[in-house]
Design a protein around this ligand. Structure first.
Ligand code: NDP
Length: 329
């Protein structure tokens, strides 16, 4: 990161530099590991870490001059930790760089299904997949036959939520920002950029109203959803990507519907659900192998392309899960 960011993230806010690699053997006595980064993930929350916050957040802000970090898929090169050995495949927090020294490898997850695409561990088998799974099943407790709306439905999280909702037997509608991205195979879909009136689009898709709204974008979409919720509906507040680059976040006009429709809107954070990860991994790997779910990825090659790839999240250019292939093995 070159500097704290204001407004829409730009390539000038980041730079790719060449420095000498760290020693690839962990020092004697260290309990850390050295990893080779194979894939690194682009996630919307990274933008929030690029702004300097006055109050502490759930995760520290990035510091200008330091290497960006995020979830990635890695191969262990050397280890001072009894639970890891050279050659292990893991995923977890790492640097946007070719090699990273990780001093707290306890935070890493072992990859138990290397027969599936390893890149999936930045997406459907990693943090975004767990977000979809826990956010959908744990927060609104969905039932068969319920009406479910998902914004950001073609993204890393949204496409998984929609498929899980279909498996549950729900009626599922998604919105995305292009006609191409609005072909999910759900029950219905719309391109929100083409709709003059979002409230009317939702009325058209849900004449009987929405039971569960899985919120990924916030702002105008949330405003349009609130009057379309059914009495006693539930909203999973997972993310609000439409707000992340705004200096002045948009106000929501229709909040009073929370009162009149007795809605429950609940903030959700995946960090609270990592203890369920390996159970989730088994279930999702099973769905993938049985062909019950699929996953769309948008992969760019090499760290030089990483800054532009991150920006694609906020310009709507990413199609599916955005990630960077740093090295193939
Ligand atoms: P996505 O892959 O969905 O993000 C990229 C897409 O977001 C873009 O392609 C674009 O698609 C859409 N987008 C960008 N800007 C806007 C905008 N102004 N208005 C509407 N849509 C926009 O991201 P993820 O699936 O990784 O994450 C989805 C949400 O979940 C995010 O808000 C994220 O912060 C949040 N999240 C929350 C977690 C938690 O624990 N609570 C964990 C992980 C993610 P389009 O063309 O459709 O506009």
């Amino acid at each position: 990161l070159k500097r704290y960011v204001t407004g829409l993230l730009s390539e000038d806010d980041m730079e790719v530099v060449t420095v000498e690699a760290p020693p690839l053997d962990v020092p004697t006595g260290s309990k850390g590991v050295v990893v080779k980064n194979l894939y690194v993930s682009c996630d919307p929350y990274m933008r929030n870490r690029m702004t300097r916050h006055e109050l502490p957040s759930y995760i520290p802000d990035f510091v200008p001059g330091e290497v960006l970090e995020n979830f990635g898929v890695m191969k262990v090169i050397s280890s001072g930790h009894l639970d890891f050995k050279a050659g292990d495949l893991v995923w977890g927090m790492t640097g946007w760089e070719e090699y990273t020294v990780i001093n707290n490898p306890e935070s890493l997850f072992k990859i138990n299904h290397p027969e599936l695409p390893l890149s999936y561990y930045t997406g459907i088998l990693g943090m975004p997949g767990l977000t979809a799974y826990a956010g959908f099943f744990e927060v609104p407790k969905p039932k068969k036959g319920e009406y479910v709306f998902i914004s950001g439905a073609s993204g890393a999280v949204g496409q998984v939520v929609g498929q899980l909702a279909k498996i549950t037997g729900c009626y599922v509608v998604g919105s995305a920002g292009s006609d191409e991205k609005s072909k999910f195979g759900f029950d219905d879909a719309f391109n929100y950029k083409k709709e003059q009136d979002l409230e009317a689009a939702l009325r058209r898709c849900f004449p009987e109203g929405i039971d569960i709204y899985y919120e990924n974008v916030g702002g105008k979409m949330l405003d349009a959803v609130l009057p379309n919720m059914r009495l006693g509906g539930r909203i999973v507040a997972c993310g609000m990507i439409s707000q992340y680059n705004l200096e002045q976040p948009e106000g929501v006009r229709n909040l009073y519907y929370i009162v009149t429709k007795r809605l429950r809107m609940e903030g959700f954070h995946v960090f609270d659900y990592y203890d369920r990860y390996y159970r989730f991994e088994e279930e999702m790997a099973g769905y993938l192998k049985e062909g019950k779910v699929s996953y769309v990825e948008d992969v760019v090659e090499g760290l030089d392309a990483a800054p532009a790839a991150l920006i694609r999240l906020f310009t709507g250019c990413s199609v599916g899960k955005q990630l960077v292939a740093v090295a193939r093995d």
